[in-house]
Design a protein around this ligand. Structure first.
Ligand code: NG6
Ligand code: CA
Length: 519
């Protein structure tokens, strides 16, 4: 018996087993052969037609095009909302923003709207061994109601899954105009504390309304409270002089932080997830002077060129760090484009032939396509075959899709696993999707879009964007009519009924967020 194990056939078996086990266990799992790094580049108000690879408009965005032409360029990629906060909420939680009534454009003093018990994209990745960071715009609230900006601000992004955070709290046009790192205002002088209020000004502090002589950028609507760097903002702020950001250096500032994070983590055993939400081309548009005049379209075009350059620098950093081929890059925007969003900055006057929304109708704030259909690109050098995909993919789906990529069972309540579509291996995307614009919702399903009746103006005059409001149902076949010119609600009542049914099934269902909280 004893010798039987060592007889020739058995011996070969054991030998094979030995080598097999050596091969599979001796390998240290490094980022190189395990999960990829993930870089999520997220622009603010960049339109479907603002990226030249999307083949409309006249602006040239060579670095965004590197991603678009070297990866999968989605023609049906959606943000979840036509404004910022709800889109970001959906992206990070995999939850429709209309399930959370606080997911609307927030003031800089709003409390954190993500429940710290809720599953999030960075939490999911963190549990799978990722080092996670957010560098850029937050706009999801901070603290629990009253924030003392001079102490540690808590909860902050580090409480919803980020190991490191270096953010601007809300928007570039809202106070406080300071950077916040891991919950602390950067460069704050304790002898010059920061006070922030969205209702009342602080005595003696100049405002855009009262002190036009102090302004270097004029406000058109809103944006007439505290003045920082000559730019009137939304909200009042006093103190914190040493901590105030320089607007024209913001792109360089966040890029330096992003580069440092990539370089520090490139050779680690841990893969990283870097969420890099950029401020461009949201107002106030303040490109660094070296980009001034470069687009011929005024500050909006220049800010997009600046953002494009930043993306090129990030790509270079990945390449120089030797990890470009091990990094999945996802590129998108939080909502559609707007020209005049509250400042006189020549965005309308110098637009020329450029078409920020491409062939789509509407823009930021709109239920029409341009509100939520945005540039959406996945790029992974050597892994993703370049191509164009018409699959419907949305930012809500990143949580479940990336979970599938890294072997996690987590799922966002409304998030679908579209990993194969995102990697360009399948043309199958979502069947249906409810999009949101300033608390109104509409349905996308198949080739169709259905907008229920809404009261309110058809056009928001100040920004000059069609909002999608109408007294009757609207039904569009996007394949035949991407610009939503022919309302087929009356001529195709069957399709309308089918769409209404799908809409009610999703929209009217029990709140999955409540179920989630009970877990
Ligand atoms: C609006 C601002 C707009 C922009 C937007 C938020 C006014 C009149 N308009 O209220 O300028 O800041 O909020 O944009 O104040 S978002 O992209 O962050 O959603
Ligand atoms: Ca935005």
């Amino acid at each position: 018996m004893k010798f039987l194990f060592f007889s020739k056939p058995y011996f070969l078996f054991w030998l094979a087993l030995f080598f097999f086990s050596c091969d599979s266990t001796s390998k240290v799992k490094t980022a190189q052969d395990a999960f990829p790094h993930i870089l999520l580049i997220y622009l603010d108000d960049l339109g479907y037609g603002d990226v030249s690879a999307y083949r409309s408009g006249t602006l040239q965005t060579p670095n965004m095009d590197v991603l678009a032409n070297g990866g999968v360029r989605f023609t049906n990629g959606y943000a979840s909302s036509a404004t910022c906060t709800p889109s970001r909420y959906a992206l990070l939680t995999g939850t429709y923003p209309w399930r959370n009534q606080n997911a609307k454009i927030l003031p800089g003093t709003a409390p954190l709207i993500i429940d710290t018990a809720q599953m999030t994209l960075p939490k999911m990745l963190s549990a799978q061994g990722y080092q996670t960071a957010i560098i850029g715009k937050w706009h999801l609230g901070l603290g629990t109601g009253f924030v003392d900006w001079n102490q540690e601000i808590s909860p902050n992004p580090n409480y919803v899954g980020f190991d490191y955070s270096h953010i601007l709290a809300a928007t570039q046009d809202r106070v406080p105009t300071v950077y916040i790192e891991n919950g602390r205002v950067v460069n704050l002088d304790p002898n010059d504390p920061i006070l922030v209020d969205y209702e009342n000004n602080f005595e003696g502090e100049p405002t855009g309304l009262d002190n036009p002589e102090l302004l270097t950028m004029r406000w058109h609507h809103g944006h007439n409270h505290s003045i920082v760097n000559g730019i009137p903002r939304i909200g009042f702020m006093k103190g914190g002089k040493s901590a105030r950001w320089s607007d024209v250096d913001m792109a360089d500032h966040f890029l330096a932080k992003g580069k440092a994070f990539i370089q520090e983590n490139a050779s680690s055993d841990k893969p990283f997830f870097l969420f890099f939400p950029m401020q461009q081309p949201h107002v106030p548009r303040t490109p660094h002077p070296r980009f001034e005049g470069k687009s011929g379209m005024g500050p909006r075009g220049d800010a997009i060129l600046e953002a494009d350059w930043v993306i090129g620098e990030l790509l270079k950093t990945l390449e120089e760090s030797g990890i470009l081929e091990n990094t999945l890059i996802i590129f998108s925007s939080d909502n559609g484009p707007v020209l005049n969003d509250g400042y006189y900055d020549d965005a309308v006057e110098k637009l020329g032939d450029h078409t920020p929304a491409g062939p789509l109708r509407g823009g930021k704030y709109s239920l029409f396509e341009a509100g939520t259909k945005v540039p959406f690109i996945t790029y992974w050098k050597g892994k993703i075959q370049p191509g164009v995909s018409d699959a419907m993919v949305t930012q809500i789906d990143l949580l479940s899709s990336l979970a599938a990529l890294v072997g996690s069972q987590e799922k966002g309540p409304d998030s679908e696993n579209l990993l194969n579509a995102l990697l360009g291996k399948s043309t199958k995307g979502r069947e249906s999707f409810i999009l949101e614009a300033t608390s109104r919702t509409a349905l996308r399903a198949g080739d169709w879009a259905m907008i229920p009746p809404y009261k309110g103006p058809a056009v928001q005059n100040q920004v000059n964007i069609e909002l999608g409001n109408a007294a009757d149902y609207q039904l569009y076949n996007l394949k035949a009519d991407p610009g939503q010119q022919n309302n087929l609600a009356a001529s195709n009542p069957e399709k309308l009924e089918e769409m209404k049914k799908i809409y009610q099934e999703i929209r009217g269902g029990e709140s999955k967020v409540e179920q989630l909280k009970l877990k």
